[in-house]
Design a protein around this ligand. Structure first.
Ligand SMILES: [Ca+2]
Ligand SMILES: [Ca+2]
Length: 253
């Protein structure tokens, strides 16, 4: 009899404990959910986010073949140089349905015709480091402008100047705008012109070595129709080059 009542007491105790555990678990889960959604909003398109927010997926990036391995050596004298990551770039999370909306769109430039290649090759999907894939522009400060032909929420801009050998391009400035002349609502996404030699203001970003991963910029989901990229020669010659520019976005609501 004594054994039985103790067993009943234990059962009641277990039941209460399980209920308490359930309530506290529910509280923890709901606070996690709140936190998750807040971080998701702050982090829309965040490059380094470790939070796998609901509806966010890695960009569908396809890389060209790597042409060299290890730390490049012929970049002596380049100041303010970004350290090599030494490992693959982490996936960039963006909302599901974000694609390369620059593919096949219209490209214009600060010059009439390129020295080599055609402007359309900047958005043709080919980013291999082959001579026949390269678009070469004149020396000095030059720019290319991509008309996305509609407003898009832009999450990332990814581009390759050249990656056959290690190189650093100078005065890399990337902007988005509402109009083709870059007067309306111009936003600068990247600027590594640390001495303002391009005349658009000194930028805080670092020089970087061109690799097959390309340069990936976080555009934060900002709405724009036009994307413009500047450069002013490189550490190997005075010319400006592009293999490909990709703009990851989705139709603006
Ligand atoms: Ca191309
Ligand atoms: Ca400069």
């Amino acid at each position: 009899m004594q054994m039985k009542s103790r067993t009943q007491f234990n059962k009641l105790g277990n039941l209460l404990w399980v209920m308490a555990l359930g309530v506290s678990l529910a509280l923890v889960l709901s606070s996690c959910a709140d936190k998750g959604s807040t971080e998701g909003e702050d982090d829309s398109g965040g490059a380094s986010s470790s939070v796998d927010t609901a509806g966010m997926v890695p960009l569908p990036i396809v890389l060209p073949k790597a042409q060299f391995v290890g730390t490049p050596v012929n970049i002596a004298g380049v100041t303010n140089l970004e350290k090599a990551r030494g490992k693959a770039r982490p996936p960039f999370l963006a909302p599901a349905g974000v694609t390369n909306v620059a593919l096949g769109k219209t490209v214009t430039a600060s010059i009439e015709e390129p020295i080599m290649g055609e402007f359309a090759m900047i958005v043709d999907g080919d980013k291999e480091a082959m001579d026949g894939s390269l678009v070469e522009l004149d020396p000095f400060l030059q720019s290319v402008t991509i008309d996305l032909e509609a407003d898009y929420d832009i999450y990332a801009i990814l581009f390759w100047h050249y990656h056959k050998q290690s190189r650093v391009y100078f005065d890399v400035v990337v902007q988005i705008a509402d109009d083709a002349d870059f007067v309306e609502n111009v936003r600068t996404i990247f600027n590594n012109d640390d001495d303002n030699s391009a005349g658009m203001g000194a930028g805080p970003d670092k020089h970087y070595v061109e690799v097959n991963e390309g340069k990936l910029l976080d555009a934060g989901g900002q709405k724009a129709r036009y994307v413009r990229l500047y450069s002013q020669g490189n550490n190997s010659d005075d010319q400006n080059h592009y293999l490909e520019v990709e703009v990851y976005g989705k139709t603006a609501e």
